[in-house]
Design a protein around this ligand. Sequence first.
Ligand SMILES: O=C(O)CCC(=O)C(=O)O
Ligand SMILES: [Fe+2]
Length: 358
Amino acid sequence: MAPTMAVSNYDISDFVLHKGHGVKGLSETGIRTLPNQYIQPIEERLCMTKVVPQDSIPIIDISNCMEDPKVAEAICNAAERWGFFQIVNHGIPIEVLEDAKEATRRFFGLPAKEKNKYSKDNSPSNNVRYGTSFSPQAEKALEWKDYLSLFYVSDDEASALWPAACRDGLLEYMRKSEAVVKQLLKVLMEKLNVTEIDKSKEDLLMGSRRININYYPICPNPELTVGVGRHSDVSTLTILLQDDIGGLYVRDLEDNNSWIHVPPVKGSIVINVGDALQIMSNGRYKSVEHRVVANGSKNRISVPIFVNPTPNDIIGPLPQVLATGEKPLYKEILYSDYVKYFFRKAHDGKATVDYAKI
Ligand SMILES: O=C(O)CCC(=O)C(=O)O
Ligand SMILES: [Fe+2]
C-alpha cells in the first residue's frame, strides 16, 4: 500500500483485523494520529516518572551453571527477588539468535494476504495463529502489536503447518534453547528440594511449548497507547529474545509503583518466571508483571518461548515445598483451565494468578 494512503477510523478494524494488515500495515500507511481504538486509559500508559533508571534486573553468566554454586544461587535469588533476569554465555550460538530474529522479520515482511492465511478465521490449525493486539474481542483499547503464535506439537506438525518463511529459524531456536531451560529448571528445583526430575515432573515443568513472534511497528502517538499491557505470563519459564530497540518494563517488587527497563544486551536472553512456577513454588519464585511501550521512531521485534506444563497437568504447590508445614497459597487447578481463563480476558496485571489463590 502507498505510504500516504489514509485509512479512516471507520475502516480500521476491517483493515487491521480482518484483512490482516495488522498495526504494521497501518503504521506503513504513514498514519499521523493514533486511531481512537488504540488510546489506552491514562492509568495503563507507562509514565516515565515511574521508571527507575538506577535499578536493573541481574545479568547472569551461566557458563558454569551446573558446577558453580554461586551461579545457581544468583539464578534462584533473581527468580525470588525480581522474577526476571538476563543470561549470557548460555551456549545458544549467536547465529541461532540472529536467524530467529531474521525469521521473524521475514514472516512480518510477507504481504497481508499471506499472513492472513494464519488468522483465527483462516488458519488450518488452532496451533498456528496470526493476529494483532492480545484479545481484540475482550479489550476496551487495543494494543499496538502484531503477532504469530505457534504451539509446538512435533517437528512433523511444524513442517506441515508453520509458515515456511519463519519455520526453520524458529524451530532451531527452540531446539537450541531446550538445554538452557533444563539447566535453569534443575537449579530452580534443587532450591525447592526437588532433587529428581523424572519424566512426569519434566512434563509438569516443561511438557509443552509455545513460541510467539511479536512485531511492534512505529507508532504515531506512542505515549497514548501500549505495545503490550500489564500482565504476567502463564508459563513455567519464558525465554525471551529481543532485538536492540528496548521497551520492555518490569514491575519492581520492592517498590510496587516503579518499573524497570530491561535493556537489550547483545547475545543475551531474558528469562522470566511465569505463573505456573509461582504457583508450584508456592510463591517463592515470582511471576512479575511486565509491559511493553510503543515506540515513535523504531520498529521492534521480540521472540518469547513460553515453556509450560502440559494442558492436562494439575498444577499446585509442589509437595516438597509444603513438606515443612508451609501453608499452600494456591489451589490445585487444571493447567488448561488456567490458560483458558487468561485468554478469555484482556491483559489485567496479576488477575490470573488471583484466580488460583486459596
Ligand atoms: O516483547 C516483549 O519484550 C515482551 C512480550 C511479552 O511480554 C509477551 O509476549 O508475553
Ligand atoms: Fe509476557
